[in-house]
Design a protein around this ligand. Structure first.
Ligand code: NAD
Length: 327
C-alpha cells in the first residue's frame, strides 16, 4: 500500500519507521488542503492528522487521484466529511485510543501551571527577579473539578484529580461506572458549571457540543473559576472567553486547542506578524496558557498512533476488521 502522510513532522517519521521499516511510506510535511491534493495522486492511502482538510471537495479530488483509504492518525474525526467519504467509496479509519494518559496528564499540567503561575515564575527567576507577588495559588485538595465527557481521557483525568483530593462532578450522556467509583457525581451541565472550581472539557466536537462553553454558560460558572480545554477548539466560543477574562468572571484559562488553529498550529510563525486578533488578545492575559495541540505528544502515544495506523492499513488491505469510522 503506497501511503502518504500529510502534516508529518520529524517525530512522526521516527515513530512510523520505528513501528515498521518495511511499509512504503512517503512523509509529506505539507498540510492537506484543496491546493495540495495533487501530492496524493497515485497513493492508495492518505494518512492525515487533525488539521488536514478532509472536506467533500478535498475527498473528491483524493478519490479521483486513486486514493481508497483515509487513515487518520487521530482519535477525533470531526474534520472528516464522512457522508462524502462514503458516497465516494473511501474508507475512513482512525486510532480510537492511543494514550488517554498523554492528554489527561497535559490537562493536569495546565491546571498546575496556571494555579501556581509557573509560566510567570519561570520568566521572573530567569530575569533575576525573585519576588513572589502575583504568584499566589490555591490548594487543589477539597476543590471541585467538573469533567465534561467521561470517556477514556475524561476518566483518566478524573482519576488523577481524585488523587489530588478533589471532589468530582461529571457530565456525559453516558455514565462511566469507573468514574462513579471515584465518587464523581453525574449532574446536568449547568449544575456542573455552577459548582466547579475547575472545568475540563473531554467530549468530542459535534453539533451538540459546538460552543458548549459560550457567553451564557460562562455567566453561570463560579466567579474566578478555571477552564481547561484539551478537547477541540470549537467546544468553546473564544471571543466570549476573552470577555469573561476581562471581567474576571473567568479566573484562569488553559487551552491546547483553538477553533482557528488549522492555519497556525504545528508551524513556526515566530518571524511573522500574528494575523489572528482573537488569539493575539488571548496571549496578552497573564492567567492564560496556550499550548499548540501538544497534549497527545508523548513517546508512548506516538508509538501507539504509528502502530495502530499501520495495523489499520494492513487490516483494511487484507479485508480484516479495522478501526473504521462510519458515516
Ligand atoms: P471517548 O470517545 O473515549 O470519550 C468521549 C466521551 O464524551 C464519551 O464518554 C461520550 O459519551 C462523551 N460525550 C459525547 N457527547 C457529549 C456531550 N454532548 N457532552 C458531554 N459528553 C459527551 O474519547 P476520548 O478518547 O476520551 O477523547 C475525547 C476527545 O479528546 C476527542 O474527541 C478529541 O476531540 C480530544 N482529543 C484531544 C487530543 C489533544 O491532543 N489535545 C488528543 C486526543 C483526543
Amino acid at each position: 500500500m503506497r501511503t502518504i502522510l500529510f502534516s508529518s513532522q520529524a517525530y512522526d517519521r521516527e515513530s512510523f519507521l520505528g513501528a515498521s521499516p518495511t511499509f512504503e511510506l512517503h512523509f509529506q510535511p505539507t498540510r492537506l488542503t484543496l491546493d495540495t491534493t495533487t501530492l496524493a495522486n497515485g497513493f492508495d492511502v492518505v494518512c492525515a492528522f487533525i488539521n488536514d482538510d478532509l472536506s467533500a471537495p478535498v475527498l473528491e479530488r483524493l478519490a479521483s487521484g486513486g486514493t481508497r483509504l483515509i487513515a487518520l492518525r487521530s482519535a477525533g474525526y470531526n474534520h472528516v466529511d464522512l457522508a462524502a467519504a462514503k458516497s465516494l467509496g473511501l474508507t475512513v479509519v482512525r486510532v480510537p485510543a492511543y494514550s488517554p494518559h498523554a492528554v489527561a496528564e497535559h490537562s493536569v499540567a495546565l491546571i498546575l501551571a496556571l494555579n501556581r503561575r509557573l509560566h510567570r515564575a519561570y520568566n521572573r527567576t530567569r530575569e533575576g527577579d525573585f519576588t513572589l507577588h502575583g504568584l499566589t495559588g490555591f490548594d487543589l485538595v477539597g476543590k471541585t473539578v467538573g469533567v465534561v465527557g467521561t470517556g477514556q481521557i475524561g476518566a483518566t483525568f478524573a482519576r488523577i484529580m481524585a488523587g489530588f483530593g478533589c471532589g468530582l462532578l461529571a457530565y456525559d450522556p453516558q455514565r462511566n461506572p469507573s468514574v462513579e467509583a471515584l465518587g464523581a457525581v453525574y449532574v446536568e451541565l449547568p449544575e456542573l458549571l455552577a459548582d466547579s472550581d475547575i472545568v475540563s472539557l473531554h467530549c468530542p466536537l459535534n453539533d451538540a457540543t459546538r460552543h458548549l462553553v459560550n457567553a451564557r454558560s460562562l455567566e453561570h460558572m463560579k466567579h474566578g473559576a478555571m477552564l481547561i480545554n484539551t478537547g477541540r477548539g470549537a467546544l468553546v466560543d473564544t471571543p466570549a472567553l476573552i470577555e469573561a477574562l476581562k471581567s474576571g468572571q473567568l479566573g484562569y484559562l488553559g487551552l491546547d486547542v483553538y477553533e482557528e488553529e488549522a492555519n497556525l498550529f504545528f508551524e513556526d510563525r515566530s518571524d511573522l506578524p500574528l494575523q489572528d486578533d482573537v488569539l493575539a488578545r488571548l496571549l496578552t492575559f497573564p492567567n492564560v496558557i496556550i499550548t499548540a495541540h501538544q497534549a497527545f505528544l508523548t513517546r508512548e502515544a506516538l508509538a501507539a498512533i504509528a502502530r495502530t495506523t499501520l495495523d489499520n492499513i494492513s487490516a483494511w488491505a487484507a479485508g480484516r476488521p479495522c478501526h473504521q469510522v462510519d458515516a
